[in-house]
Write a protein that binds this ligand. Structure first.
Ligand code: RIB
Length: 326
């Protein structure tokens, strides 16, 4: 699939605006993690060795992979399937129910003995989170014949790094020729050359970009993107409330502004961005226009608590885009 440069956006006429259900114009396969998010609001994040009293404990569906799959289906309107692994515990029921509710295909979600992935999350009053993940079943996500068949039908394959890197490489290699492989390189880790070679679009926040570029934390997004473009042909650097930077090799980078919203919880906002970006690319939307839709969906997501529970419907995303266009 070619990344066009005309800046057009699909879906503004409302034809994709179902009640947040997949509409069938683009197929996304997300390969990644699913976690039970165990969340507590805190007055501030504790330092090492410190105890902080928090609020009520909540359990909610999360995990970067499952969050992105839910976002692709609900906010992006793409036919979406998830390749992942759940444990044989209670958490698996919560995670499967959320995927089902969003209309995500789960034929390639395996059940393995032991615990599902779990994320321990604290959220501060400004909506900032701190997360520790116990991978559990996510360490056993594989790409075998069944997964390969599914991946061969994708228009876009989307992955992150909460599962074994070998599985991510295998997923990328299982896609048809010309199909885009989008990697959200989160959480940050070193990438092997064989994975770099597969990436069509790299999505990173500033910290991940700095890690991958081997730069300091004060490096400017333009410089980071330029450095990453020596390895991949397209990079999106997400900048939280400040929007994002879309950079393609041989072209001027495009800076998209953020939206002003009341931030409640930033957990999973980046995942909503990635899921919607993949959904838009799957229906043939140009990368810059896709990032604009994704940024709007991500901004709506931070106005509600939770990860998958905060993903907006397709109608809401298109209405917000139309409101800002008019
Ligand atoms: O990106 C947010 C996600 O990171 C959370 O849902 C948590 O499960 C961790 O994977």
């Amino acid at each position: 699939m070619e990344l066009e440069t005309d800046g057009t956006r699909a879906g503004t006429d409302g034809t994709h605006a179902g009640a947040g259900r997949p509409t069938g114009d683009g197929r996304v396969v997300v390969v990644g993690s699913a976690n039970v998010d165990v969340v507590v609001d805190v007055p501030r994040h504790p330092h090492g060795g410190e105890t902080v009293l928090g609020g009520e404990l909540r359990r909610a569906p999360g995990g970067k992979g499952a969050n992105q799959a839910v976002a692709s289906a609900l906010a992006g309107g793409a036919v979406t399937a998830f390749v992942g692994a759940l444990g044989d515990d209670d958490g698996a029921r919560l995670l499967r129910a959320s995927l089902d509710r969003a209309g995500v295909g789960t034929d390639a979600v395996r059940t393995v003995p032991g615990a599902s992935g779990t994320a321990l999350i604290t959220v501060s009053p400004g909506g900032e989170n701190a997360i520790v993940v116990a991978p559990g079943a996510n360490g056993r996500v594989v790409v075998d014949d069944a997964e390969r068949r599914l991946l061969a039908e994708a228009d876009v394959v989307l992955a992150q790094l909460e599962i074994p890197v070998g599985t991510v490489v295998a997923a990328a290699r299982a896609r048809r020729r010309g199909v885009l492989f989008v990697l959200n390189a989160a959480p940050s880790r070193e990438l092997p050359d064989e994975l770099w070679r597969e990436i069509d679009v790299l999505v990173v926040n500033e910290h991940e970009a700095a890690d991958l570029a081997g730069a300091g934390s004060d490096a400017a997004p333009d410089g980071l993107a330029a450095s990453l473009l020596t390895r991949v042909s397209a990079v999106v650097v997400t900048l939280g409330g400040d929007g994002c930077l879309v950079a393609r090799r041989g072209e001027e980078p495009v800076r998209l502004a953020g939206r002003r919203v009341d931030v409640v919880d930033t957990t999973g906002a980046g995942d909503t961005f990635c899921g919607v970006l993949a959904a838009e690319l799957a229906r043939g939307t140009d990368l810059v226009a896709a990032a604009r839709v994704a940024g709007t969906a991500g901004a709506l997501a931070v106005t509600r608590p939770g990860a998958q529970d905060a993903v907006p419907g397709r109608d809401q995303v298109l209405a917000a885009l139309d409101a800002s266009a008019g």
